[in-house]
Write a protein that binds this ligand. Structure first.
Ligand SMILES: [Zn+2]
Ligand SMILES: [Zn+2]
Length: 136
């Protein structure tokens, strides 16, 4: 398996041999609240390619785009692992900090930098978008 990881207590584990479709940092205020951090570092995989074990509970919140995001967390330890934005059907977002090898995360873009925390810094070599990036 190329990518594997899990929550803090180990009750939830996931793995996939797929490559991420897209990887990037979301600076929307919803992600800031849910992670308690400056942004959500996220890898998107085809949902069917990821196998998950353990109980995952979901909380539905409104993301920076104004659309619903189902956010998956471990009910034992509260670790945030997954996101499923309604605007990206068929994709499962995995929080990079939950990877067993966090070095596998290679962010390619920053999005929603209009709500970036004043104490946060972004890699200036990455393309940044104040809101959602334009659709290809
Ligand atoms: Zn846990
Ligand atoms: Zn976000």
């Amino acid at each position: 398996m190329k990518y594997s990881g899990g929550c803090s207590c180990g009750a939830v584990r996931y793995e996939t041999s797929a490559d991420p479709v897209v990887q990037g940092n979301c600076h929307c205020h919803s992600c800031q609240r849910m992670t308690g951090s400056g942004y959500s570092p996220t890898l998107f995989f085809p949902v069917a390619a990821v196998s998950v074990s353990g109980e995952v509970r979901h909380y539905s919140s409104t993301g920076g785009s104004g659309n619903t995001v189902q956010r998956g967390f471990c009910p034992q330890c509260g670790s945030q692992l997954f996101g499923q934005p309604a605007v990206m059907p068929g994709l499962l977002a995995i929080r990079a900090g939950t990877l067993d090898d966090t070095a596998l995360y290679k962010p390619a873009i920053n999005i929603f930098t209009s709500s970036m925390a004043t104490w946060d810094h972004v890699d200036p070599s990455l393309p940044s978008f104040p809101e959602m990036p334009p659709r290809p």
